[in-house]
Design a protein around this ligand. Structure first.
Ligand code: MCN
Ligand code: FES
Ligand code: FES
Length: 914
């Protein structure tokens, strides 16, 4: 008999109404058995720790999180309902249809879990209140990072009505045939049905469908934050079962460096500071040192644990102050820890202004290293395609840029590299950076075989980039009536271990501190600092939440000092004709005054109500903040798409990468409008998305540029196609006529912003960096528990000018979802302590009860001259300053001003005691 035998247990389970035989290890996890053995990948796996609910199933009538349920707890003859048992494409359950209608479908990763959870609720209570629904999702830990939850509750309430016979199922359906134009409509996105049915396959689902020869990868990662590598010994690990190869830096053919885009003159880092696999040094916790390629995940992980790495630990500088200390050593030898500085010089010298100003206020404001907290762990795979091109599938939102970032390091020509974006469960910007791409490519180059790498939640949190810590010392001068006279600041951004996109974020400090107001005179200075903490990367509203945190809180402090209402102080000073941005650019529209005028009566009513409701135990408050962000890559940017006439209608080849924001709907809506003369329906527009093998370079899905750039490029392509199809009498050739006449069927459309932008002036930061902007106002209403110090947001009202709204459902989703990330940023989210902040809950993930159910956005659609049908962007405006409005509301409620995020109960309590 073998030394060690594997024991399995046979059971009969009723899965989605069918009796099936299941033979599994009693120690196996139910979610793995459902997904890997039964092949039902509708439910997803996120945290594997019972904290996100994406793996929810109904077991014997009870809702369970299947990632924490061992098979030994699943009895013989148990019944299991997964999302596949609730409804399938073409046969949707009212819950699924309602989820589509209400725009709960963004990245979709949480949708199956929520729908299963809601089904379990409605099975026991057909008439729940909104409060019941919220409580249910809270108790069952159903988490969503995209929507802000409100729409999910709307959907459950409607589905319940249908199930009670009070509403017709058809009322949940969208009548596409009834619409002449979809611009500004609530049409649901094309991926909705697949997402609510669990058949939208994300990276881990596709990973299960790859050929059996695919190697599974596991990383050897650093457990310290700063060290010299003395040796890497793979000898014993290489001999372990199933191991095909262990890849170290020695196997990398190229420079082994990721190019991190040094974009701005004056940056002393050339951008080549991040290794693909560590060679000489470890720069941050989690750094990849070696990749084990093996036949199974288990073998790969076991061998990874057996690789011996000898290190000499170095002092770890976990914040900017430590890295800037006089005796600090250079983290990247040859590069100063402060490697980029940028000043703003606008208008007159501010020294005499401050010396004589009637009112001066100042403060030091600090923001946290905000974690993105996506529910889909980072994942990808790689293989050689049929043309011999090295092909990488990942969550990339910058496909062509990623080729540029890794080809040299890997030692492969650009033309031989292809990147495809898998359906993606949210990125919120972190996927502008390289994560698994170069590791996968290195493994496939070393083995010649398909390779698959899936991070768990801890790796996703610790290995991927974060919003950089911002520290701003800021000063404002005003006259006694509140007219702003001058702005001064020093800002320091701790960009962590690697320089990737760092100079841009530092510049955002110069661009957005004080943005929205007519500051004619500014003197500011920023420093970008390398530390040993997790590297900084893009996070929705890149750079502006740190900047507006300082200026939007200080504006309130100024109002308090003058004894003026903070909304009125803003009204007096916001951009009007004649004003320019902090970088000296003329705003393209001046919509802030009208937004404040709309908000004023609501604000006054909210203040009155807060005063009336406040008691000794609970204090209510109202806070305002101005929101502002830009669209497009800085200083000029471009985009291309290809549009082809086809027998079915048209096919668009585009890299409008979808994080979950809805580029599919944006694409179809624009093309439907632009091709109106052809009378084609939405179904006749086919999309081939996010593959550098088929689509031209459209640029990244960051900087809220997608709608603007891809929209304009699609209009250009459509016009070219229409011109080619147009006959002399003004009618259009059919597809057959075009073929018969030998006329070109495919057209490249493009749009570039270079002519509307100017490059940054090195000494002053003056420039026109962006073609369009987005403007808004937040009003947050909070309650502070005076005994515990806990602040809760009860209501949010926002005004927003994003130009023409292309799809209201998508845009509402962007607003509510971003706001809820702002609530997290304000009150709970942290990533600092490497022991504590490793899980979703440990990082302060906001669940449904943390987010207000009452949220309203009022749109001011000032058409943008440069925008497609007048559209500007959306995605990032609503995360630029919600946290400041919440902090201002807390101050309004209880008189505690906190300048250091997050506003944890203990900080508020300490403030109250003072
Ligand atoms: N839109 C519209 N009308 C407009 C502008 C935009 O209907 N006037 C729609 C677009 O069709 C698109 C969405 O709003 O569906 C966002 O468009 P846009 O602001 O152009 O942004 P991008 O397409 O470039 O998307 C990126 C942006 C950024 S930078 C981050 S980060 C982000 C985001 O959008 N990450 C997201 N939204 C996200 N949403 C989800 N669910 N998940 C993420 O990771
Ligand atoms: Fe199961 Fe998160 S709760 S994957
Ligand atoms: Fe809920 Fe993305 S739609 S996590």
């Amino acid at each position: 008999m073998a030394e060690k035998i594997v024991q399995l247990k046979k059971k009969t389970l009723t899965v989605n109404g069918q009796d099936v035989m299941v033979i599994a290890d009693e120690e196996a996890i139910l979610s793995d058995v459902i997904r890997k053995q039964l092949g039902l990948t509708g439910i997803k796996v996120g945290c594997r720790a019972g904290q996100c609910g994406v793996c929810s199933v109904i077991l014997n009538g009870k809702l369970v999180r299947s990632c924490v349920m061992k098979m030994k707890r699943v009895d013989n003859f148990s019944t299991i309902t997964t999302i596949e048992g609730i409804g399938t494409p073409g046969h949707l359950h009212p819950l699924q249809q309602a989820f589509i209608k209400h725009g709960t479908v963004q990245c979709g990763f949480c949708n199956p879990g929520f729908i299963v959870s809601a089904k379990a609720l409605l099975d026991q209570n057909t008439n729940p209140t909104r409060a019941d629904v919220r409580k249910w999702f809270q108790v069952n830990r159903n988490a969503c990072r995209c929507t802000g939850y409100k729409q999910i509750v709307d959907a459950v309430m409607d589905a319940a009505k249908v199930m009670r016979g009070e509403m017709k199922f058809e009322e949940l359906q969208y009548d596409f045939a009834a619409e002449k134009t979809f611009i500004g409509s609530y049409a649901p996105r094309p991926s909705g049905e697949a997402k609510v049915c669990g058949v939208w396959n994300y990276g881990a689902d596709l990973g299960l469908q790859l050929p059996a020869s695919t190697l599974r990868l596991a990383l050897v990662q650093a457990k310290v934050s700063h060290a010299k590598i003395l040796s890497i010994d793979t000898a014993a690990a290489e001999k372990m079962p199933g191991v095909e190869k262990i890849v170290t830096h020695k196997d990398i053919k190229g420079s082994n460096r990721i190019f991190g885009f040094a974009c701005i003159p004056g940056n002393t880092c050339d951008g080549y500071d991040r290794p693909i696999l560590c060679d000489d040094k470890v720069f941050m916790y989690g750094d990849a040192i070696a990749i084990v390629c093996a036949d199974t995940d288990e073998h790969a992980k076991a061998a990874a644990a057996a690789v011996k790495v000898e290190l000499e630990e170095l002092p770890a500088y976990m914040n900017a102050a430590d890295a800037m200390a006089e005796d600090a050593i250079q983290i990247h030898p040859g590069l100063e820890n402060v490697y980029f500085e940028q000043s703003t010089v606008k208008g007159e010298d501010t020294k005499p202004i401050f010396a004589s100003a009637p009112v001066v206020v100042e403060g030091s404001y600090h923001t946290t290293r905000q974690p993105h907290l996506v529910l889909e762990p980072d994942v990808g795979f790689s293989y050689y395609d049929e043309e011999g091109k090295l092909t990488i599938h990942s969550k990339s939102i910058a496909l062509y840029i990623h080729i540029d970032m890794i080809c040299e390091g890997l030692g492969i020509p650009k033309e031989e590299l292809r990147i495809v974006q898998n359906p993606t469960g949210g990125t919120f910007g972190y996927k502008i950076s390289i994560t698994v791409e170069a590791l996968l490519a290195a493994a496939t180059m070393a083995t010649g075989k398909p390779c698959y790498l899936e991070f768990d939640m801890e790796q996703t949190i610790t290995y991927t980039g974060k919003r950089e810590v911002g520290h701003v010392d800021i000063k404002m001068a005003a006259d006694k009536d509140g007219k702003l006279q001058g702005l001064e600041y020093q800002h320091i951004f701790d960009h962590g271990a690697y320089s990737e996109w760092g100079d841009i974020v530092l510049f955002k400090g110069n661009q957005f501190i004080g943005a929205g107001y007519d500051f004619k005179n500014i003197r500011g200075h920023g420093k970008l600092v390398c530390t040993n903490h997790t590297y900084g990367t893009a996070f929705r509203s890149y750079g502006s939440p740190q900047s507006l945190w300082a200026s939007e809180c200080l504006i309130d402090e100024l109002a308090e000092k003058i004894g003026m209402d903070p909304l009125e102080l803003r009204y007096k000073n916001v951009y009007r004709p004649g004003a320019t941005t902090p970088t000296g650019q003329e705003p393209e529209v001046y919509s802030l005054p009208e937004q404040i005028e709309w908000l004023r009566p609501k604000y006054q009513a909210a203040l009155k109500s807060a005063k009336e409701k406040s008691t000794a135990d609970k204090k209510y408050g109202v806070g305002i903040a101005l929101a502002n962000y830009c669209c497009g890559g800085d200083f000029g940017d471009m985009c291309e798409v290809r549009l082809e006439l086809a027998p079915h209608g048209v096919t668009i080849y585009s890299t409008w990468q979808d994080h979950g924001q809805g580029s599919d709907m944006g694409t179809k809506t624009i093309l439907h409008e632009a091709l109106k003369p052809l009378h084609i329906s939405m179904e006749q527009i086919k999309m081939v998305m996010n593959d550098t093998g088929t689509a031209p370079d459209g640029g990244c899905s960051a900087g809220s540029r997608g709608q603007l750039f891809y929209g304009n490029a699609m209009i250009d392509a459509s016009e070219k196609l229409l011109d080619a199809m147009r006959k002399e009498d003004g009618t259009f050739r059919t597809y057959d006529e075009m073929v018969a006449e030998g006329i070109e069927l495919a057209y490249t459309g493009s749009w570039a912003s270079g002519q509307y932008c100017t490059m940054i002036e090195r000494e002053t930061a003056q420039c026109n960096p962006s073609p369009t902007y987005m403007y808004g106002m937040f009003m947050s209403e909070v309650v502070v528990d005076m005994k515990t110090g806990k602040a809760t947001v009860e209501k949010m009202t926002m005004t927003a000018d994003n130009g023409t709204i292309i799809n209201k459902l998508s845009v509402d989703g962007q607003m509510f979802g971003s706001y809820s990330q702002g609530v997290g940023f304000a009150l709970t989210e942290q990533y600092d302590d490497l022991d504590k902040h490793k899980t979703l809950a440990g990082c302060g993930f906001p669940y449904i009860m943390d987010i207000p159910d009452e949220m309203h956005v009022e749109y001011f659609e000032n058409k943008r001259e440069l925008g497609p049908y007048g559209a500007s962007g959306v995605g990032e405006l609503p995360l630029s300053s919600p946290h400041a409005s919440i902090a201002n509301a807390v101050n309004n409620a209880c008189g505690v001003r906190i300048r250091d995020l997050p506003l944890l109960p203990e900080k508020i309590l300490a403030g109250l005691k003072k």
